[in-house]
Design a protein around this ligand. Structure first.
Ligand code: FAD
Length: 449
């Protein structure tokens, strides 16, 4: 019992974690509730079912952070990537996957592995003994959600995400925007300048409201309810309630003075707040939205100062169970209050098939090493894996923590490279070169531990 690894949830993360641990010589039991208990989105009893799109996004490992994550997972002998590559569909630079054969391959390879067994059962408690990884995903069953919440406290486990768009700081036009907290509040200079402000005059505000009202919106999935709206209304719903609602809510212009035009009182102000310790990412405060991605980009680029903005991620509101990982998990992905339990996948606050599988890969390797009495070196922050795990277990702002996908804003800057749009190609190449070297070195070192 004690040398065996139990993995709850056989989705993207649980499947990869099981494979990695088994390949390291550990006996693994996967506890997967489907097909006995279903979710509103899954359709089959297969492991690693893709619940919606069939895309693993960009496969460009030189210029794209998710493509880099593909590369790192392939280098680590990842099952999810090898099944995706085997069932790849033509999709330009993206990695699109033939979903049913993909999931069948993952299922068959895990069932065939001599060290893996799979049981069809729902786990509803956090066990006190043994080695466990919980990878139950955005649709964690309600009974288990309640057990996790009893352990972590109600504030630390969310059941919906309400993501405001996140902008790369370097793409904000500071000749129009300025740094200031409302009423200059704060003890330190850093706190007094914690927000980035984008001013609007009356015409710009009215045009912005018109654009919000006209924008294409996404529908809710069946089984998602709108009861979570209190406190996180989408901006377009606020605009529908009245043209002045936003100006009295997240866009209120009070307590702020525009140093570029000190004599002109802005009619409305869009505020952005720092999203990570590196200061490379800013989220637009209160701008959770159900607008379609294309519409979001068009509408948000009308905000003065954001005309040239690049978005690390766009906004959304979804059914999504996730932990406040920066406060709850240690750097080894263990629950600080119950270190026999690790979490992996989307429930740790990453977002997407690839990121979830990546966190499963790490959790599987970390758990296997622990069972074998080995301590793996720290995952290098300069790899895509390391940038993600570092973000969720400490780099992100805990107070405003929302699920994150991998992006170059999570990476430490490379010294001596040009900022801004023009330097982007060289910068991304430098990030990916550095990441590959760091990840390869970590894999070699981990093998020899
Ligand atoms: C409706 C919807 C649409 C999405 N669309 C996309 C998309 O298009 N692209 C994308 O990249 N990501 C999408 N996502 C996010 C996607 O779910 C994740 O990216 C990915 O599947 C998460 O991997 P995971 O392993 O963490 O969770 P999952 O893949 O969901 O796996 C979790 C597993 O745990 C099982 N489980 C849950 N509770 C228990 C329990 N108590 N006991 C035992 N087993 C349990 C579930 O049955 C499931 O098999 C979507 C999510 C949702 C909810």
């Amino acid at each position: 019992m004690t040398d065996r690894l139990h993995i709850v949830g056989g989705g993207m993360a649980g499947s990869e974690a099981a494979w990695q641990a088994a390949q390291q010589g550990i006996d693994v039991v996967i506890h997967e509730m489907r097909p006995t208990v279903g979710t509103f989105a899954h359709q089959t009893g297969n492991l690693a079912e893709m619940v919606c799109s069939n895309s693993f996004r960009s496969d460009d490992d030189e210029q794209n952070a998710v493509g880099l994550l593909h590369w790192e997972m392939r280098a680590a002998g990842g099952l999810i990537m090898s099944a995706a590559d085997a069932h790849r569909l033509p999709a330009g630079g993206a990695l699109a996957v033939d979903r049913d054969p993909f999931a069948e391959t993952v299922t068959a390879r895990l069932h065939a592995h001599p060290r893996v067994s799979v049981t069809a059962e729902e786990v509803t408690e956090l066990p006190r003994d043994g080695h466990w990884i919980f990878a139950t995903g955005p649709l964690t069953s309600p009974a288990l959600g309640a057990a996790i919440q009893a352990e972590t406290g109600a504030e630390a486990l969310a059941f919906f995400d309400a993501i405001a768009p996140i902008v790369y700081a370097e793409t904000i036009d500071m000749s129009r925007a300025w740094m200031q907290s409302r009423y200059d509040k704060g003890e330190t200079e850093e706190e007094r300048t914690a927000y980035l402000n984008c001013p609007m005059d009356r015409d710009q505000y009215e045009a912005f409201i018109d654009a919000l009202l006209a924008a294409d919106k996404t529908e809710f999935h069946e089984g998602e309810t709108a009861t979570y709206f209190d406190g996180c209304l989408p901006i377009e719903v606020m605009a529908e309630r009245g043209r002045e609602t936003l100006r009295h809510g997240p866009m209120k212009p009070v307590g702020l003075t525009n140093p570029h035009q000190p004599d002109v009182k802005p009619h409305a102000v869009v505020q952005l707040r720092r999203d990570n310790a590196l200061g490379t990412l800013y989220n637009i405060v209160g701008f959770q939205t159900k607008m379609k991605y294309g519409a979001q980009t068009a509408v948000f680029k009308t905000i003065p100062g954001l005309e040239e903005a690049s978005f690390a991620r766009l906004g959304g509101i979804h059914r999504n169970t996730f932990l406040n990982s920066p406060t709850l998990l240690d750097a080894q992905m263990r629950l600080k209050s119950r270190p026999n339990i690790r979490f992996a996948g989307q429930i740790t606050g990453v977002e997407g098939y690839v990121e979830s599988a990546a966190m499963g890969l790490l959790a599987g390797r970390l758990a296997a090493a622990e069972i074998q009495g080995r301590t793996l070196p720290e995952v290098p922050q300069d790899s895509a894996m390391g940038a993600l795990i570092h973000h969720i277990t400490g780099g992100a702002e805990a107070k405003t923590f929302q699920p994150m996908n991998v992006n170059f804003g999570l990476f430490r800057p490379v010294d001596g490279l040009k900022g801004g749009r023009r330097g982007r190609k060289d910068r991304y190449k430098a990030y990916t070169d550095r990441a590959k070297e760091a990840w390869s070195a970590w894999l070699t070192e981990a093998e020899n531990k």
